[in-house]
Ligand binder design. Structure first.
Ligand code: DGY
Length: 318
């Protein structure tokens, strides 16, 4: 039976065509929908909505869209969706894991290398006309070989980041809600505080929820060794950004590599002015192939629910 599907953005790949084969599809064009009222107005009486991470799928939105059976979020993260409300209302929520793991792990390593080897600074210097020839002590970075990478959150992306560490000669420690019996790749389990106190680079791969908001507060940032680095490709609010600015200003940390921010698209002005920070506009999974695969997986999830089947990657099963 044909249903109505609201898609909150143009999508790459075959996703919209997949949905249109069986259903009536409306695709939002124009500015991203970042507030509840516009989202309610757009979804209206639709049976399904394909959302992006900036769409606030709150309890109010779910209450105001009475026909919704499934929210297919086109992201591995789902902190933009009120899962408790969805469960209570009998609405499926799905996400897009796996297909973005390698792209996000690659980007994490791009940031690790960029911040430890001062790539942003080097590029700015050169483009500003400041390169006057090779110099023995120009832009010296920090070696990572033989040092510890601390992975916070040993899920799919955390493990893919850890797998790449061997190629750069780093040892790996991880922390998570529980110790694994056989971590793959092999890595040492530490408490968060132990991991912070002993790692040269800390990389965040935890989901954002009430327990992880400001996981790295000022106390924890100051546990990190002097001259060490923090990298975040997960969600901005995992780090207290104002505290990070203070800790960087004291030169306690060697630098930070950030792809995500506390109040996107805003970036704390104290970060923008620092040379020891590499800043990217939330592009962890941004390859042509990955974004198409994410959109197609989001579409496949919606099609399965509307056909009365179990979706491939559910987050909430009503
Ligand atoms: C996600 O999927 O959650 C990323 O932040 C965007 O790819």
């Amino acid at each position: 039976m044909q249903r109505h599907i609201a898609v909150t953005s143009k999508l790459p790949g075959r996703a919209v065509a997949m949905l249109e084969e069986a259903h009536a599809v409306r695709v939002h064009a124009g500015d991203p929908i970042t507030d509840e009222d516009r989202l309610i107005g757009f979804v209206g009486e639709a049976d399904a909505v394909l959302t992006l991470l900036q769409n606030p799928v709150t309890d109010r939105v779910l209450a105001a869209c009475p026909r919704l059976r499934v929210v297919g979020n086109c992201a591995v993260g789902f902190d933009n969706v009120d899962l408790v409300s969805a469960r209570r209302r009998g609405i499926w929520v799905t996400n897009t894991p796996d297909v973005l793991t390698e792209a996000t792990a690659d980007l994490t390593w791009a940031l690790i290398l960029a911040v430890t080897r001062r790539l942003g600074e080097g590029e700015r210097l050169l483009r500003g006309g400041g390169f006057h020839g090779w110099a023995l002590e120009m832009l010296l970075g920090s070696a990572i070989q033989g040092r510890q990478l601390g992975v916070v959150g040993f899920g799919r992306i955390g493990r893919a980041v850890a797998r790449r560490a061997a190629a750069f000669g780093m040892t790996v420690a991880y922390t998570d809600t529980a110790e694994l019996t056989a971590p793959d790749p092999p890595a040492m389990f530490l408490t968060l505080d132990e991991l912070l106190a002993t790692s040269h680079v800390v990389s965040l791969h935890a989901p954002l929820d009430d327990a992880t908001r400001h996981l790295l507060d000022e106390r924890r940032l100051r546990l990190m060794p002097k001259g060490s680095f923090v990298v975040n490709t997960a969600r901005g609010p995992l780090i207290d950004e104002a505290a990070l600015v203070r800790v960087l200003a004291d030169r306690h940390l060697g630098g930070a590599g950030l792809d995500v921010f506390e109040r996107e698209p805003e970036v704390h002005p104290g970060l923008l002015e620092r040379d020891d920070v590499v800043l990217l506009p939330h592009i962890g999974s941004a390859t042509v192939e990955t974004r198409a695969a994410m959109a197609e997986l989001a579409a496949a999830n919606i099609l399965a629910v509307l056909a009365g089947r179990e979706p491939p990657t559910p987050v909430v099963r009503p």
